[in-house]
Design a protein around this ligand. Structure first.
Ligand code: NAD
Ligand code: WQD
Length: 338
């Protein structure tokens, strides 16, 4: 298939481009490089042996999308492009609503105009808010998102649902990711956060490499086995392969479908710290701090629907994730910017 990948130079996008190319698909990437580096696609080409066509386009720019999509016959779009920093979204809500929602609407309009009515969207477990039932299945009611970033995922899901209701020719797969970590086994592509990382694993790897003195563990008084927050960490390569499997649903003309992509295992912050230390033989100094505002105590997936319908399940374990995250960080102490 010929696939348009928005946000394809970013963390999850670049890993997905590898898996798409390995599965024999033709890929065209658009990205405005607001949170990524084009070098990632050069690395992808080294891994797969195939160049990746790239266009520097902001997805809010309807005319550029119109021209690109009009010139190509895309079978499907995989839509990763978006801003994703939870804390920043609280201080700059309009930037997030403009970028993520207006960008998605412009993209949908351009795809619709050229009759490409197949899309896979990067949603997030954050749409469940503080989940009512654990493990979280797709039937779990959506909860109140505690930040504008999460709201954009919720609103985009609603927009896409309305679009499908208005025109059942659309096939739309909403993938709700849990916590992606890890990196490609080659150590050539990985997560390259700007500034101080917000997320746990990039913070740990920056402590391991000596960029940060210690990890702050946010909260040790949750109702969990060791008091620290529990999440469903998923290897980014497993997540990327989930998109290739989701193309099957598109080919089967699925209409609107929602899938959780997680491992089904919940690990605490201290479980991750210890797994990282054991996998890599590196000590991670940490100190216990108060809870972080907006965090939920426990979040992990029931991904049995993805297994049943898409034939997908996560293959890598926490040790693999820790090993590959460290391999990427060690080989690229400053990410893509040498
Ligand atoms: P990322 O920042 O590495 O990738 C997103 C890419 O989108 C970047 O390359 C960025 O430059 C690009 N982009 C942003 N706004 C754009 C615009 N207006 N036009 C064109 N390109 C634009 O993030 P990621 O971790 O790879 O996340 C990919 C998607 O998955 C995002 O939509 C994110 O919200 C979603 N998601 C991520 C996680 C996570 O923990 N990483 C979890 C759930 C969902
Ligand atoms: C994991 C655990 C923290 C950093 C976020 C978004 C979510 C999704 C994935 C995009 C929590 C603890 C963290 C640190 C810590 N992204 N932690 N010290 O919050 O589960 O999810 O990323 O859609 O929407 O909210 O991930 O990696 O930030 O935190 O103790 O320095 O690690 O409190 O328990 P989170 P995270």
């Amino acid at each position: 298939m010929k696939i348009l990948v928005t946000g394809g130079t970013g963390y999850i996008g670049s890993h997905t481009v590898v898996e798409l190319q390995n599965a024999g698909h033709d890929v065209v990437v658009v990205d405005n490089l607001s949170n990524s580096n084009e070098i990632s696609l050069k690395r992808v080409a080294k891994i797969t042996g195939k160049d990746v066509e790239f266009h520097r386009i902001d997805i809010r720019d309807f005319d550029s999308l119109d021209e690109l999509i009009g010139k190509n016959h895309f079978d499907c779009c995989i839509h990763f492009a978006g801003l994703k920093a939870v804390g920043e979204s609280v201080s700059k809500p309009l930037d997030y609503y403009d970028n993520n929602i207006c960008g998605t609407v412009a993209l949908l309009r351009a795809l619709n105009k050229h009759n490409c009515k197949n899309i896979i969207f990067s949603s997030s477990a954050c749409v469940y808010g503080n989940p009512e039932i654990i493990p979280i299945s797709e039937q779990c009611p959506k909860g109140a998102c505690t930040n504008p970033y999460g709201q954009t995922k919720h609103f985009i899901e609603e927009i896409m649902t309305d679009l499908h209701k208005s025109d059942p020719d659309w096939n739309i797969v909403l993938l709700r990711y849990f916590n992606p970590i890890g990196a490609h086994q080659s150590g050539m592509i990985g997560e390259d956060p700007n500034g101080v990382p917000n997320n746990l694993m990039p913070y740990i790897t920056q402590v391991a490499i000596g960029k940060r003195a210690e990890l702050s563990v946010f909260g040790n008084d949750y109702d969990t086995h060791d008091g620290t927050g529990v999440r469903d960490y998923i290897h980014v390569v497993d997540l990327a392969r989930g998109h290739v499997c989701a193309l099957r649903a598109i080919t089967d003309k699925c209409g609107l479908e929602i899938f959780n992509l997680g491992t089904g295992h919940g690990y605490s912050v201290l479980d991750v710290v210890h797994a990282f230390e054991n996998a890599n033989g590196v000590k991670i100094p940490y100190s216990l701090k108060p809870r972080r505002a907006g965090d939920v105590p426990v979040c992990y997936a029931d991904s049995s629907k993805a297994q049943r319908v898409l034939g997908w399940h996560a293959e890598f374990n926490l040790e693999d994730m820790c090993r590959d995250s460290w391999n990427w960080q060690k080989n690229n102490p400053n990410g893509y910017s040498k």
